[in-house]
Design a protein around this ligand. Sequence first.
Ligand code: URA
Length: 485
Amino acid sequence: MDGAAARIPDGPGLHTVVLAPGADLAGFRAAARRLAAAGLPPERVAWSAGGTGILFGAADLAEAPPLRLPRAVADLVPMVVPHRDPERYALLYRLIWRVLSGERHLAEIASDPTVHRLGRMRKAIARDLHKMHAFLRFRRSETDGAERFTAWFEPDHHILEAAAPFFVERFRSLHWSILTPDGSAHWDGTHLSFGPPGQRGDLPEGDGFEAGWRAYYESTFNPARTNPKAMLAEMPKKYWRNMPETLAIPALIRAADPRTRAMIEREPRLPARRDPERAVAAMGDDAPKTLEALNAVIARSAPLVPGATQAVLGEGPVGAAIAFVGEQPGDQEDRQGRPFVGPAGQLLTRAMAEAGIAREASYLTNAVKHFKFEERGKRRIHQKPNAGEVSHYRWWLDRELDFVAPRLVVALGATAVLALTGKAVPVTRARGPFRFERFDDRFAGFVTVHPSYLLRLPDEAKEEAYAAFVDDLRRAEALGRELAG
Ligand code: URA
């Protein structure tokens, strides 16, 4: 697809430039430089894409110096070259020629016919890229124990090379291929390469991975909120057949007869991203009335920061004497869908047992319900939630504590304290019994360190810090008993 292929015959008359099929950015840049250096105006150049062409040697093409273009023009070139319009190269060269001839601000004149057409092409490419990023779905396959993900996509334009880096970022630790009718992209965990076109039939058979997507989508789909027109505008039907979750859409829409609609309309709506508290208030009588109903809303909500596999809900009985509030689920919690099951959780469970607190009789939850992480190679590195994220999730925590109604709430670490108080209070200052004013003495409070803090300490400091942590939990346990008496 790349590999500059430009043929510029000598002599007077029309000069023909033959570029490689698809988006030949390198070829166009090299040819434009050469043509401009030779003083050839646009009316003496014919552009042909998709031919095999007679290749000039790279050294030959590199002879011309780089063009000195205003930023707006230089940035426009890669955004237009992937367009399928056969006139794209001619239009770009016309723009470049005029800019070099003195119309330095030409790209800012939106009413100019050339600028206008190129602007529309740029927008079409941006839209196409967005659709590919949003609607491409991988299928998983396994050969000799090696996992591979393959997707089929039919973009409107030649955007595969421009789109691929997004998928490298997103799925860096997987091995994947994207097949399109114009070419294919392949990532082996280290290198991105491009190859010949693929076919839809090259996709591996659908498997449980895909069925899982569909089940997930069916369970979150609410026909009462379906506006097929808006949905089609945003997600044109052409993409549906490659998206496992959309296979169910036509049936789901048909099932949404008026009665179903009326029934579903009464369901609580998912909280708005920005202001869940107000959204919950607006639910009025439809606001969740049980911990189970609240959890169903949480489970359906998108993570505030994309990436997490699922919402990790609180665990434990309603009416538990002690509720523990942590920070956010970690890697293991995100995979298993349960709080405090990873290394820090196991340490907490052990310390609780030593302090005489039964885990199954306690309530364990987190300030933030989704895992936030940064991908490094194959690892997902935990990222601390910021104050905005903590406040986004606070209404859930408050409602949870309303339903569970514990006698004592133990905050594990600074994020939990922030969630419960709304203020940044250092754990070293707050450690021990603590009054969470916001809750008007509905329960007693206690602050201690987060168990992951103990894991991060140097070995020689671990033992003492762990003993102090168990000691804190013993005091909390005694406080819980005292409050019951
Ligand atoms: N850390 C937390 O704060 N919560 C978990 O669930 C796991 C680790």
